[in-house]
Design a protein around this ligand. Structure first.
Ligand code: URP
Ligand code: ZN
Ligand code: ZN
Length: 480
């Protein structure tokens, strides 16, 4: 299929310029002004609009089995909704049960993802440890194109990784050239606070943020960062929600550690008052971890994104409908954790980032697409508008507007945390590997059209770090 996008302004993380983009067989074949249309090419007029790399959401959980239920959005519905909002790739998570064979879990998730409409990759969670896990990490990196491993420092009694697991897995990741990532919350503290709050009779969703204070996130971020520092491995911290964690990232970065922070559109926009909503269902619909925070934390997150201490934006798209949330009606700790957003991230960030002057359009591309591609080593195949790159593109109409609503969204969930938000700046067209998947309200996502994207390890830079770590190893003192 050949498509010529004509008359738009190309916006990448680095540049803004006028140009046409010719897409042939899924790739960008040519960029320039006044390009001729090859015979049979479909022409899209992008006059007055921006042509940008499609969004990459580095943090989604499609059809995740979690907290006794399964997330309502599957790989097809979720990626189709993503395309309606201009996101063309996701990185989801394989989350093995403790003691479950890692490769078996990986194959299960790969099977589920075959119906994906958008391109996808996987971070693989390390939830337990033995020699087989170490071996499987190698297979995943060397043969399967997995270059990141996730560690949940929360969810005690389920998928929580203790310090021993963190130490072993971070060390292994270093030798393999893979990136460790963490969900930073002190799981023991959260567990104890949940127990205490329930005993005191606080059973509703208002107990959720009380059981997960910012300090619990700051402590875990610091612990993970310090472990990474000693081991000599880079670290990516997912869904940074509190200034406590952000301050730890700033400290580590200024001390020379290679650390990356991710922030969710939800954490930037929604504050913790939602948990005191008089309607239990509304309050429960916002239960996710870490929880939404006070406006002071939100302001700090925006500054972190603007100043470059936070690098990527994501959604942690993990949908549970009201009946599923109802599993925790008598105990907030049993409300399935997760909220949606994969469809809305770009328009929310454009409106509240670019529209307010916090971000330039180039910075918008960096934090919604290019930085993720760079950090997870798929740049410039993804995250770029350049010859040879995948033709994952959005045509962005900065004048188009809408009101976000559950009534009109494509996400397979019965609540939208951005309900009623007016957004200005929308994808008018989405192209996935050179195929038009969304056009002005017409969603044409194709089940199974998405491809698995291999992400190579980072040999050169990690080698240097491995050598450094080896240098730091103590040598025994030879005594007579
Ligand atoms: O509440 C959340 N975030 N649910 C999904 C699992 C996780 O912690 O990322
Ligand atoms: Zn998490
Ligand atoms: Zn998550």
């Amino acid at each position: 299929m050949t498509i010529l996008i004509r008359g738009g302004t190309i916006v990448t993380a680095e540049q803004t310029y006028r140009g046409d983009v010719l897409c042939v067989d899924g790739k960008i074949a040519q960029i320039g002004e006044g390009l001729d249309a090859p015979t049979g090419a479909k022409i899209i007029d992008a006059g007055g609009q921006y042509v940008m790399p499609g969004g990459i959401d580095p943090h989604t959980h499609m059809q995740l089995p979690f907290m006794g239920t399964v997330a309502s959005e599957d790989f097809y519905t979720g990626t189709a909704a993503a395309m309606a909002g201009g996101t063309t790739s996701i990185i989801d998570f394989v989350i093995p049960d403790p003691q479950q064979n890692i490769m078996e879990a990986y194959r299960t998730w790969r099977g589920w993802a075959e119906k994906s409409a958008a391109d996808y990759g996987f971070h693989v969670a390390i939830t337990w440890w033995d020699e087989s896990v170490s071996k499987d990490m190698e297979t995943l990196v060397r043969e399967e194109g997995v270059n990141s491993f996730k560690h949940f420092m929360a969810y005690k009694g389920a998928i929580m990784a203790d310090d021993e697991i963190l130490y072993n897995s971070f060390s292994r990741a270093l030798t393999l050239g893979a990136m460790p990532t963490v969900h930073a919350e002190n799981g023991e503290l959260v567990f104890q606070l949940q127990k205490k709050l329930i005993e005191e009779g606080i059973t509703g969703p208002e107990g959720h943020p009380l059981s997960r204070p910012p300090a619990a996130e700051g402590e875990a971020a610091n612990r993970a960062l310090r472990l990474a520092e000693v081991i000599g491995v880079p670290l990516y911290i997912v869904h940074v929600s509190a200034s406590d964690a952000l301050e730890e990232i700033k400290r580590a970065r200024s001390a020379g550690q290679r650390v990356y922070g991710e922030v969710l559109a939800g954490h930037l926009m929604i504050d913790d008052s939602v948990y005191r909503h008089p309607d239990w269902d509304v309050a429960a619909a916002h239960v996710m971890s870490p929880p939404f925070r006070s406006p002071e934390h939100q302001a700090a997150l925006w500054k972190g994104l603007q100043s470059g201490h936070l690098h990527t934006t994501a959604t942690d798209h993990c949908c549970f409908c009201a009946d599923q949330k109802g599993m925790g009606r008598d105990n907030f700790a049993q409300i399935p954790n997760g909220t949606a957003g994969v469809e809305d991230r770009l328009s929310v960030l454009w409106t509240h980032g670019v529209g307010t002057g916090r971000l330039t359009p180039n910075e918008f591309v960096a934090v919604t697409s290019a930085n993720t591609a760079k950090i997870f080593n798929i740049y410039p195949q993804k995250g770029a508008v350049s010859v040879g790159a995948d033709a994952d593109l959005i045509i962005w109409d900065p004048e188009a507007s809408k009101t976000i609503s559950v009534k009109t969204h494509h996400q397979n969930v019965d609540y939208n945390i951005f309900e009623g938000m007016e957004v200005k700046g929308l994808a008018s067209h989405t192209l996935s590997r050179g195929t038009l998947t969304y056009k002005d309200g017409d969603l044409r996502a194709v089940k199974g059209a998405g491809q698995y994207v291999k992400r190579p390890a980072f040999p050169a830079s990690f080698d240097a770090l491995a050598k450094q770590a080896a240098l730091n190893k103590a040598t025994p003192v030879k005594r007579p």
